[in-house]
Design a binder for this molecule. Structure first.
Ligand SMILES: Nc1ncnc2c1ncn2[C@@H]1O[C@H](COP(=O)(O)OP(=O)(O)OP(=O)(O)O)[C@@H](O)[C@H]1O
Ligand SMILES: [Mg+2]
Length: 290
């Protein structure tokens, strides 16, 4: 689903002493089928931005296009239901929103609300627990008896069971251990490709933005600071430092090789160790063919 923001601003609690402009004149597009990472320091407006994607927040100014739907400031949103069927959002700590007696009921809650037939719900539930690697025998258990990591997977399964076209992820790996983080990110990456989803990932991990995204939006104080491909973005070390963001280690290595040895290494997802070998070979003046 193609998504575009046209001069979108959002103000929390307008005309009150707590008034706060969290988005300011944001204009950008997200190609259908792309994997976009939204990065930016704490409080820069990332969560506010993504809550516009399923109509949870409505712009104070400007317009948003999502496929054929338009959400416009000051105009009643008539497509909320369709929008929520198409755009699945995994909020920060989604396990806090579990509430049903059993895992199966929790996963089925969304599709049931949208009138999906029982048989189809069962099919989707099976597919969702398979994707999130939850054992099927957990389906009859209470979600509150599970580990934190499993509860997270139940919550994610509930979003997947809606069969969305757009998947919005707000720091989906926060609080998981490193192996759990990688598993969850790899799962989203596989789903993105298998289902041809449009995926929008809010993350504080520059390594994840580099590894998974094909486009990056950087936010700063409610504004779009920069956008581009991960390699473009992460080569601008000074500009990133201006907004308190780091460069992934591998990219820092590439930049150093260029600065200190005048050698341009092509980045194709190598590890630092692999890049170091390539560099050593080139510094020695050897060719790439050994
Ligand atoms: N309900 C609210 N009422 C008033 N201000 C709010 C509200 N929610 C968020 N804000 C403010 O809006 C700004 C943007 O917040 P937002 O949660 O979108 O940032 P974020 O980039 O997601 O931050 P983080 O990385 O910490 O999750 C912050 O200054 C925040 O304090
Ligand atoms: Mg946030």
């Amino acid at each position: 689903m193609h998504i575009s923001f046209e001069h979108v601003s959002y103000t929390y609690q307008p005309n009150s002493p707590f008034e706060h402009k969290a988005l300011n004149d944001m204009t950008f597009s997200i190609e259908s089928g792309s994997f976009v990472a939204v990065i930016g320091h704490t409080g820069s407006g990332k969560s506010t931005l993504i809550q516009h994607l399923n109509g949870l927040l409505q712009p104070t100014e400007g317009k948003i296009h999502l496929g054929d739907y338009t959400i416009e400031a000051g105009v009643k949103n008539k497509h909320l239901r369709e929008l929520r069927e198409n755009v699945g959002v995994v909020f920060q700590y989604p396990e806090h929103q579990l509430f049903e007696e059993t895992v199966a009921k929790d996963i089925a809650f969304g599709p049931q609300n949208f009138g999906v037939p029982q048989e189809e719900i069962e099919r989707r539930t099976k597919a969702a627990v398979k994707a999130t690697k939850l054992p099927e025998d957990l389906l009859d258990r209470s979600p509150f008896d599970l580990s934190g990591g499993q509860m997270r997977r139940v919550a994610i399964s509930g979003v997947l069971a809606m069969d969305p076209k757009v998947l919005v992820l707000d720091e989906p790996t926060a609080g998981l251990d490193p192996s759990g983080q990688k598993e969850v990110m790899d799962m989203f990456y596989d789903l993105h490709h298998e289902k041809g989803l449009t995926t929008i990932l809010v993350t504080h991990s520059m390594e994840d933005a580099l590894a998974y995204a094909d486009y990056i939006l950087i936010m700063n104080h409610g504004e779009l600071y920069k956008e581009g491909t991960p390699l473009d973005i992460f080569r601008q070390k000074e500009d990133l430092e201006q907004v308190q963001l780091d460069v992934p280690e591998v990219i820092a290595f590439l930049s150093k090789a260029e600065k200190e040895y005048g050698i341009n290494l092509e980045y194709k997802g190598q590890t630092i160790a692999e890049l170091a070998k390539e560099l050593a070979r080139k510094v020695r003046g050897g060719s790439d063919h050994e």
